[in-house]
Design a protein around this ligand. Structure first.
Ligand SMILES: [Zn+2]
Length: 326
């Protein structure tokens, strides 16, 4: 937790993850304060109460520093209706549906609030103040438990007709593939995610593949990454096959969108074990003229990407600057 005197324009950012909510105050181009609250929300009501609790804390911090929150950006995994500020559905919180989050936060803070998908927030953070500053066409792959994604096209966040665009994790890669969390088979996420890496190792161990890893090690992509870095062949193969599927997907997206940059983020990508192979396969699978000059970059923001992006998004919307491509 960081504390300092806050002056000038202050906005709040909230990132709602699978097991915790991150709240930040942002001003003068940096994070001034951060609060993390763990939770296991069973209902929309419990969930709203937790968010308001965090916002009360942020407001007190801001007041104590002689400023006030001009507005709040909220990033959340799942399907969000950004026009109405409603969280439709989140895979992390099955009991929480159709919560008017933006309105709840706006009323609790007496300031405007905006809701956006967490992957879109993470890319917005990179685009407004990270590795993608100044690029006009950017795709992001966030590799964690699943695979998230987001798009900046012609210098605007592209969210599509329903607001759900950029679901890279659910690009159908193979016929009759593994069952995905979305209910379909063979999505990128079934192979190219932390879960996909863990599954690959578990299956190989069950078949008797040689490795220093135990079945317990195979329960965590992070643990597998340590074995890979220490030269374990199976662990390296597991990351390689995930990177290959990410590279194939990236190649397709490059061909469709003629991008300036691909940003790779998320906890599993931080191992550094996905980028090279992903890039190599993307090159092999895309048209040479479209691949030429494209940049691949690791995300600058890590755990705080969602909260920072949400705050920056709110800041830009409050200034009346266009964020969306429509
Ligand atoms: Zn899927």
């Amino acid at each position: 937790m960081k504390k300092s005197s806050i002056a000038g324009r202050t906005v709040a950012g909230v990132d709602i993850g699978g097991t915790k909510v991150t709240f930040i105050l942002w001003s003068n181009g940096s994070m001034q304060y951060k609060l993390v609250l763990p939770y296991a929300a069973q209902s929309g009501r419990e969930f709203s109460e937790l968010i308001l609790k965090g916002m009360v804390d942020l407001r007190q911090r801001a007041t104590g520093a002689g400023t006030s929150i001009l507005g709040t950006g909220i990033g959340c995994a799942g399907m969000v209706d950004q026009k109405r500020g409603v969280l439709r559905f989140s895979p992390n919180m099955p009991g929480v549906r159709d919560v008017a989050l933006a309105q709840i936060v706006a009323e609790g803070t007496d300031a405007p609030a905006y809701l956006e998908n967490d992957a879109n927030c993470a890319l917005f953070a990179e685009w407004a103040s990270g590795v993608a500053v100044g690029r006009r066409n950017v795709a992001m792959f966030s590799v964690g438990t699943g695979v998230g994604g987001a798009l900046i096209l012609d210098g605007h966040l592209y969210v599509g007709r329903h607001g759900f665009a950029g679901e890279m994790g659910h690009i159908p890669m193979v016929d009759r593939g593994l069952l995905c969390g979305c209910g379909r088979h063979g999505c990128l996420e079934t192979v190219g995610s932390g879960t996909g890496i863990e599954r690959y190792v578990k299956r190989a161990l069950a078949r008797g593949s040689k490795s220093l890893m135990t079945i317990e090690d195979a329960a965590s992509a992070r643990t597998i990454s340590v074995f890979a870095q220490n030269g374990d062949d199976l662990a390296q193969q597991a990351f390689k096959q995930a990177a290959r599927s990410l590279g194939r997907a990236a190649g397709g997206i490059i061909n469709i969108l003629d991008l300036d940059m691909i940003v790779l983020g998320g906890g599993v990508a931080e191992s550094g074990l996905l980028m090279d192979e992903m890039k190599r396969v993307a090159q092999r699978r895309s048209l040479p003229l479209l691949f030429e000059g494209i940049e691949f970059a690791m995300a600058h923001y890590r755990n705080d990407a969602g909260a920072v992006g949400a705050a920056l998004l709110a800041d830009q919307l409050l200034k009346g600057q266009a964020v969306y491509s429509m």
